[in-house]
Design a protein around this ligand. Structure first.
Ligand SMILES: Cc1cc2nc3c(=O)[nH]c(=O)nc-3n(C[C@H](O)[C@H](O)[C@H](O)COP(=O)(O)OP(=O)(O)OC[C@H]3O[C@@H](n4cnc5c(N)ncnc54)[C@H](O)[C@@H]3O)c2cc1C
Length: 301
């Protein structure tokens, strides 16, 4: 232990290792740095992950937290302004359109911007190690002994798993994921695709009980962005994956990525442009995790 804790920096000298540089990891790093901790963030991906759609903030609690974190004004400057959502039938005919004010919340930013802002606020003061993971944890009289896949071992005072829905740190500390996750029978996938559908910022969504597919243009690149969800209570006994059947609309509109939404594996794909997950409830404290960001958030962000 180094340094003496004070009232303003009660964590001075405390060594904290955070696994995961998504949203929670850099956000926690910001608070811990504020209180004087020595923070290291280890991230499995080779660089900050830029995927995802939009994240909405609504009401005084959300905005108050952002203000106290000191990022509210910077995020306001990055606000998307929301995007309308056009709901269509299986033949692509408009059923109704939800206005941008309804889908976007009071403040809507792209997930990649939120993650980047939090990373930039902490990068000079916290150590970020990309392309590495925690492989072993053991409590010792001197703190937590941590082994990594690539970096030398180290001892820290606290290890925090902020590595997402399928946390590798949770698996290392407590055992394999299957012991802690209860699948609720819903799948979600998001991916990039050529914009051969002429999509705009207004997302086009086909949504019937049990399945949904949605597409829009990325506001920065104009490339296609799509997401799909389904209720799928059955999983393949051989592959452990669930097939998404999103119907005729998606087959006609998603010609550039045929097959991409069909395999709903929870693993991050090697291309790095798509994410997929199953919504699940965890038995860990905090209750349900996961969900369907696309139900309220058009992929154009
Ligand atoms: C690329 C991406 C895009 C998403 N887009 C949206 C969205 O648009 N809207 C929405 O509401 N939700 C989205 N999500 C869902 C997401 O779970 C939450 O919105 C939010 O990002 C959760 O923040 P988090 O920091 O807890 O986890 P995440 O954002 O999932 O971050 C976890 C981080 O940990 C890293 N990681 C994973 N395993 C390990 C390991 N073993 N060791 C070290 N690092 C590891 C991952 O690469 C990732 O960077 C997205 C998730 C991801 C990963």
């Amino acid at each position: 232990m180094t340094g003496t804790p004070t009232r303003t920096t009660p964590l001075r000298g405390r060594r904290v290792l955070i696994s995961g540089a998504g949203v929670a990891g850099p956000a926690l790093a910001l608070r811990l740095l504020h209180h004087g901790a020595d923070v290291t963030v280890v991230e499995a991906a080779p660089e900050l992950r830029g995927g995802g759609f939009a994240v909405d903030f609504r009401g005084p609690v959300h905005l108050g937290v952002l203000e106290r974190m000191g990022v509210l004004e910077e995020l306001r400057a990055l606000r998307t302004g929301g995007s309308a959502m056009r709901c269509v039938d299986a033949d692509g005919r408009e059923v109704f359109t939800l206005p941008a004010e309804f889908t976007g919340g009071e403040l809507e930013v792209l997930r990649r911007d939120l993650s980047r802002v939090l990373h930039e606020r902490t990068a000079g003061r916290a150590e970020y190690v990309f392309g590495d993971t925690v492989t072993y944890l053991a409590e010792t009289p001197h703190g937590m002994h941590v082994d990594f896949a690539r970096s030398p071992s180290r001892t820290v005072d606290l290890v925090v798993g902020a590595d997402g829905l399928h946390s590798g740190t949770r698996a290392v500390a407590f055992g394999e994921e299957a012991r802690f996750v209860r699948h609720l029978g819903h799948c979600l996938a998001g991916w990039s695709l050529p914009n051969d559908g002429g999509w705009t910022r207004t997302s086009e969504q086909f949504n019937v009980p049990g399945r949904m597919v949605s597409a829009a243009a990325d506001r920065a690149t104009q490339a296609g962005r799509a997401c799909s969800s389904c209720s799928a209570r059955r999983r393949s006994p051989t592959t452990g994956t669930t097939r998404m059947r999103t119907g005729p609309w998606s087959r006609r509109r998603s010609t550039g990525c045929r097959g991409a939404p069909r395999n709903c594996s929870p693993r991050w794909t090697a291309r790095g442009t798509s994410t997929s997950t199953r919504s699940a409830a965890s038995r860990c404290p905090g209750g349900p995790v996961g969900g369907s960001p696309c139900s309220a958030t058009p992929p154009g962000g």
